[in-house]
Design a protein around this ligand. Structure first.
Ligand SMILES: Cc1ncc(C[n+]2csc(CCOP(=O)(O)OP(=O)(O)O)c2C)c(N)n1
Ligand code: SF4
Length: 470
């Protein structure tokens, strides 16, 4: 028998190998299978396949990336709405759809999903409510009905111990931002047809950038209901719908005043300016000839390592570069590890994190051990001479040991070890930035204590002279 190609789906699902090239992993009668087909069809029929990003978290629906022929992002359990927020903001031109189960959205990911809805993020959330955790063997979920037997409520859910079923649509309907909230079901043909329309509506909303949409779909899980497909569907209609009535809770898609979030979400690029007055920094200019350069600055909190990174980022801003400064520190105000990533580029920057720096500046041993092995071939490591270098730098990476802490002490300003490191960056021509801009950025970092600006300029000069003689 020839199996018809399904619109919007791949022609083969390689997860199962050739012999099962058209077999999904869903159990017979599973609601996910029906919804997967409806989503694929809607996406393809609306011509959105090349412009849709699906976010697939953990749960029985996790393998949709093997089925839907579109773009996908896998998310950790409960984090689909967070990942979808990122995708929708980074790609405002695309349609973003998070596909979440009731364990994923209603339990571990509830706050995530709720806050995204409250912010009115521009993605659609398709939420499969099968009243339990399907993938892990049928444990109780927030949506489990009172009296429903699951593996963790073997005598039936007792509301005096575990509370009442969570009505996600009703709770989300208290928020101001969502533009569409509805509950549908796939338990019979009539309901499936209504669900198809509702799914199309979600795609339309996201295509037209109208705002956040939540579509809850009641779906049978015959395996964990321990029923055949027919009885599982009947359970959805006769039991689940009593607790979770179907209907449209909100449709304000026609209300143009309800648009809490502008379509042009500001990009996080070029936001390093903390020292330089925003108005005095020249506007960023694209220059594709300028390659991206990635820095990591690391040491103990209090060594001024974050300020050092910021100086480099600020100097790059003065040169009209796209720039990002991304700090990371432990809970301690002083003494714990701190690091920051800096990216400087002639074009818009994709990711603020730096895994493989071109230049690494290390002020302590843990930082060297942690980050040195990841420095790019052809890269440079500048490390304080007090740091024992027990592990050699990676092949093709230059290591420079600099007496930054000692020089700062000798100059009578032990806190200025970071300025000594800035001198080293200048001396080794490690930033690709103009010396004058590095100095301006250094001075700007002391704008609240102008007397320190002059002192550090002087220290910078002295350190450079000393480094030349090393
Ligand atoms: C952080 C984390 N916690 C727990 C799990 C285990 N886990 C995997 S799927 C799942 C529940 C999925 O249930 P649901 O979201 O309702 O989807 P369904 O499988 O029913 O479609 C859990 C608890 C996990 N993978 N990751
Ligand atoms: S366990 Fe339930 S939700 Fe998971 S695939 Fe089977 S029927 Fe579907």
């Amino acid at each position: 028998m020839k199996i018809l190609e399904q619109k919007g789906m791949y022609s083969e699902f390689p997860r199962c190998g050739k012999a099962h090239a058209r077999t999904t992993h869903y159990c017979p009668g599973c609601g996910h299978g029906i919804v997967n087909k409806l989503i694929a069809e809607a996406c393809a029929e609306m011509g959105l396949q090349d412009n849709t990003i699906f976010v697939d978290p953990v749960g029985c629906g996790v393998f949709t990336y093997y089925y839907w022929d579109a773009s996908h992002i896998s998310a950790a359990h409960g984090r689909a709405s967070a990942a979808a927020t990122g995708a929708a903001r980074a790609r405002p031109d695309a349609v973003t759809i998070a596909y979440q189960g009731d364990g994923d959205l209603g339990a571990i990911g509830f706050n995530n999903a709720f806050q995204a809805a409250s912010r009115g993020e521009k993605f659609g959330c398709i939420f499969i409510n099968n009243s339990l955790y399907g993938m892990t063997g049928g444990q109780m979920a927030p949506t489990t009905l009172e009296g429903e037997k699951t593996t963790t409520s073997p005598f039936g859910r007792d509301s005096s111990i575990t509370g009442y079923p969570l009505h996600v649509c009703e709770v989300f309907n208290n928020l101001k931002a969502p533009v569409y909230i509805a509950r549908v079901s796939v338990a019979d043909t009539k309901r499936i047809m209504q669900t198809k329309q509702a799914i199309r509506k979600v795609f339309e909303i996201e295509r037209d950038k109208k705002g956040y949409a939540l579509l809850e779909i009641l779906a049978p899980c015959p395996t964990n209901f321990k029923m055949n497909a027919q009885d599982a569907a009947a359970f959805c209609i006769n039991e689940m719908e009593k607790e979770f009535p179907l209907g449209v809770f909100r449709d304000s898609t026609g209300d143009e005043t309800n648009r809490p979030q502008s379509i042009d979400v500001p990009h996080f690029d070029s936001c390093a300016s903390l020292f330089i007055e925003k108005d005095s920094a020249p506007p960023v200019e694209d220059d594709p000839a300028i390659a991206e350069k990635r820095f990591k600055f690391a040491g103990y909190g209090g060594q001024g390592i974050l300020s050092l990174g910021l100086c480099v980022a600020e100097a790059a801003r003065l040169e009209k570069r796209h720039t990002l400064w991304f700090p990371s520190y432990g809970p301690e105000q002083r003494g714990g590890s701190a690091s920051c990533s800096v990216v400087v580029s002639g074009t818009r920057i994709g990711a603020p994190t730096v895994e493989h720096p071109d230049v690494l500046v290390c002020m302590n041993q843990p930082s060297y051990e942690r980050f040195a092995p990841d420095v790019k071939r052809g890269g440079l490591i500048i490390v304080d001479e007090s740091v024992p270098v027990d592990i050699p730098p990676p092949e093709g990476v230059t290591l420079k040991r600099v007496p930054a802490i000692r020089m700062a002490e000798e100059f009578g300003v032990p806190k200025a070890a970071n300025t000594m490191m800035l001198a080293a960056l200048k001396a080794f021509k490690a930033t690709g930035l103009e010396d004058g801009n590095l100095e301006t950025a250094l001075c700007a970092s002391f704008k609240k204590k102008p007397q320190l600006a002059d002192k550090n300029r002087e220290l910078l000069k002295k350190a450079e002279e000393k480094l030349q003689n090393l």
